[in-house]
Design a protein around this ligand. Structure first.
Ligand SMILES: [Zn+2]
Length: 327
C-alpha cells in the first residue's frame, strides 16, 4: 500500500508479521536528484519484498537514496543494512548508534546487564531468558555494521523542497529523533506519537527516567506548529494537541494505578504489573504471552522509577532485590 501524502512525500505500509503493531509506516521523499527513506521495517523477507516493490513503483533509485532512522527498534531500522548502498548516508542519533554497535560486539553481555535489573525487580530468570532469545531485536536486526551519519537536535536535512529539522524526542527510546518540516507543518514522529495505540515506554539501562523524558518531549513537540503527524505505525494524527493530551492522561492514570497498588503494601515491579490495566486481550496477568509480559514489565518499571524520582515512592533493597512502597 502506497499513499501520496503531499507532492513528493509518500507513505508505504511495510507488513510486520506476528507483531501487534501490524505494519510500519515508511516514508519516502523525492528530492529531484536524491531520495530519502524514513524507517525501513524488520530485516526479514516480507518487509524487504514490500520495500522493493515500493521503491520500484515510486521510481526510487537506491544508489541515490539516503535513509533516516527515527530509533533503534528493529521494526524501524532492521532493513537499513540491506537498503543502504555505498553512496547512501544513514542518518541516526548518537546514543543509539553507540548502543547498536555495543550490542553487535557483545549481545549476550548487553542483555545480561538488562536481565540482572529485571530479575532484581522480580521477573523470573527463565522467562527473561526466553524473552531475550525470542526478542525480535535478536532475529530481525541489522544484517551488517552500518556507518551512520550522526544527527543531533536542531540539525537540518535538506531534500528537494523539504527542510527537515531533527527534534530529539527521547523517551520511547534513548535517542529517538523526530523530523519537523516547519513550512509544510509536518512532524515525522516515529513512535513518539501514535494514534490508536500508546507508545511503549520501557526501562532502559541508558535512561534514568524514560517516562520523565517522554512526557517532557510530548510538551516539546506540542509547542510546534503542526497540521499533520506522520506516525511510525497505524493511522496518522491530525490533532497533535489533542493526542498529546490523551497520551499524558494515559500515563497519569497508570501512575495512579501504581500508587493504588502500593497503598498499604510493599511490592516489587512484577507484583505491581497486574494492578495496571493493560490494553491486551489476555484476561489475567498469567495469560500474557511472554513478549507482552516483557513489555508490560518494562513499562511498569518506567512508571515506578518516575514516581521514585519524584519522591512519591521509596525503593527498598532487601538482599539485592528491589521492593517499592509509598514514600
Ligand atoms: Zn519503537
Amino acid at each position: 500500500m502506497i499513499e501520496e501524502i503531499i507532492p513528493n512525500l509518500y507513505r508505504a505500509e511495510i507488513p510486520l508479521p506476528k507483531s501487534p503493531l501490524k505494519w510500519l509506516n515508511s516514508y519516502i521523499v523525492k528530492g529531484g536528484d536524491r531520495f530519502l527513506i524514513i524507517d525501513t521495517g524488520f530485516n526479514r523477507e516480507e518487509c524487504l519484498n514490500e520495500m522493493n516493490a515500493t521503491v520500484q513503483k515510486l521510481g526510487v533509485d537506491l544508489n541515490k537514496t539516503d535513509i533516516f532512522v527515527t530509533h533503534l527498534h528493529v521494526d524501524h531500522m532492521g532493513l537499513t543494512g540491506t537498503l543502504a548502498q555505498d553512496s547512501s548516508k544513514v542518518y541516526f542519533n548518537a546514543p543509539e548508534a553507540k548502543q547498536i554497535n555495543a550490542q553487535r560486539e557483545n549481545w549476550t553481555d548487553y542483555w545480561q546487564k538488562l536481565m540482572d535489573v529485571y530479575v532484581a525487580n522480580g521477573f523470573p530468570a527463565d522467562t527473561v531468558r526466553n524473552s531475550m532469545e525470542s526478542h525480535p531485536a535478536h532475529k530481525y536486526g541489522l544484517k551488517r555494521k552500518v556507518d551512520f551519519t550522526i544527527v543531533k537536535d536542531g540539525d537540518v536535512i535538506d531534500i528537494g523542497d523539504f527542510h527537515f529539522k531533527c527534534v530529539s524526542t527521547s523517551g520511547h527510546s534513548p535517542g529517538h529523533t523526530s523530523l519537523y518540516e516547519p513550512n509544510k507543518k509536518i512532524l515525522v514522529a516515529g513512535d513518539h506519537i501514535l494514534f490508536d495505540i500508546t507508545p511503549n515506554i520501557a526501562y532502559w539501562l541508558e535512561m534514568g527516567d524514560s517516562l520523565g523524558e517522554y512526557l517532557a518531549n510530548l510538551d516539546k513537540v506540542d509547542a510546534l506548529d503542526v497540521n499533520l503527524v506522520l506516525t511510525g505505525h497505524r493511522r496518522l494524527v491530525h490533532d497533535l494537541h489533542g493526542r498529546v493530551r490523551e497520551l499524558k492522561e494515559h500515563h497519569r492514570a497508570r501512575l495512579d494505578e501504581v500508587l493504588a497498588a502500593l497503598d498499604g503494601r510493599d511490592l516489587n515491579a512484577l507484583q505491581i504489573a497486574p494492578h495496571i490495566k493493560w490494553d491486551i486481550t489476555a484476561r489475567t496477568w498469567e495469560e500474557f504471552p511472554p513478549p507482552q509480559k516483557w513489555f508490560a514489565f518494562g513499562e511498569t518499571m518506567a512508571h515506578v522509577i518516575y514516581l521514585e524520582k519524584r519522591g512519591k515512592v521509596r525503593r527498598n533493597s532487601p538482599n539485592g532485590k528491589a521492593v517499592y512502597s509509598l514514600a
